[in-house]
Design a protein around this ligand. Sequence first.
Ligand SMILES: NC(=O)c1ccc[n+]([C@@H]2O[C@H](COP(=O)([O-])OP(=O)(O)OC[C@H]3O[C@@H](n4cnc5c(N)ncnc54)[C@H](O)[C@@H]3O)[C@@H](O)[C@H]2O)c1
Ligand SMILES: [Zn+2]
Length: 362
Amino acid sequence: MTEKVIETIHYTIFFNGEGYFTLQNKLPNYSSLFIMTDTHTSQLCLQHLLRLVPYLKKARIFCIPFGEKEKNIQNGLDICRKLNKENADRKSLLINLGGGVITDSGGFFASIFKRGIYFLNIPTTLLAMVDASTGGKTGINLDNLKNEIGVFNYPDLLIIDKHYLKTLSNRELKSGMAELFKYGLIADNFFWEEIKNRSKHMHWDDWNEFIYQANLIKNNIVTEDPSERKGLRKILNFGHTIGHGIESYFLPTYSPLRHGEAIALGMVCESWISWKMNVLSQKQHEEISKTLLSIYPFREINEQILNKILKYIRQDKKKLQEDIHFSLLREIGICTYHHKVSNDIIKQSFQSLKRNNSEIDD
Ligand SMILES: NC(=O)c1ccc[n+]([C@@H]2O[C@H](COP(=O)([O-])OP(=O)(O)OC[C@H]3O[C@@H](n4cnc5c(N)ncnc54)[C@H](O)[C@@H]3O)[C@@H](O)[C@H]2O)c1
Ligand SMILES: [Zn+2]
């Protein structure tokens, strides 16, 4: 068990054991305790937490249904009503135990109830461990539009315990791995090579190091530009401009994509744009698309679907007429931001998702 920590500007990230001791010692300082879970994490993760932090047996549990659709304002109102009924005050603590849906929305609900109560995150999916639970972005979706409502706010602390990954499906692990690929592409070519080489035969012990390294990369970027005003933080959005459009389109369908799956497709398109705009070499674009398309499921995107996705992308960026700005790759490991991209190029980039069937390896 590693006992590493990362001290961010606002909070400490604990990797495994030590965080639970710190948490147990801090708990008596709060006026009341609440834990937010979804229907999966209440069954699969809560007992582990209660066993390691017995003081939390005093906590009141709020459980919402699982899934991206639950990142909505109705759940926010419901949680706020429950907090109010339980006499929560500004010294209360909400612990978000779950994947990115729980850490994003729970962080947001804690931020708006009585103008802010304390919260902390215990991420239980790979995706939340390496991305969603860290960095201070909290929020919910507005209908199908991703993360339209939210605030920057920080947890009191963060505990990353890979024990929770034991019950995670292969599909969810792959979804989280997409964000690991992203870190390699935007900031560290060595990390890209490592994750690429081991992605298909990941060993249980490898996760600790990958998760830790990913948090170091993200923390370096977020420390430089915490609220995305200077610009550097925009590189974390690589793959997300198109990826969010794809995710939003499929969200209300019978087979929604996982966040990481949509982002992986978004990264293929945006690496194609990087190449077409003479920022990235063709060779590196091909390496990226071959790697990602051999892991992530392909979706048929016809002209009609494409037009709907483009509409989501424009709504997401609030740019109905003008060109949209993208973060693009200069080479694997280096990403730059503020590239204006025309609608035509965005549309054409979807060609890059058509892969050769011989490459499929699901
Ligand atoms: N705030 C940010 O900076 C940021 C960054 C990246 C992603 N996100 C957001 O994160 C969300 C995606 O997160 P996610 O992929 O974790 O989704 P999720 O929270 O929906 O979790 C995925 C599924 O795994 C289940 N689950 C959670 N923990 C489990 C466990 N230990 N064992 C078994 N099942 C478990 C959940 O119940 C759910 O069904 C998206 O809404 C995305 O927008 C936010
Ligand atoms: Zn993401």
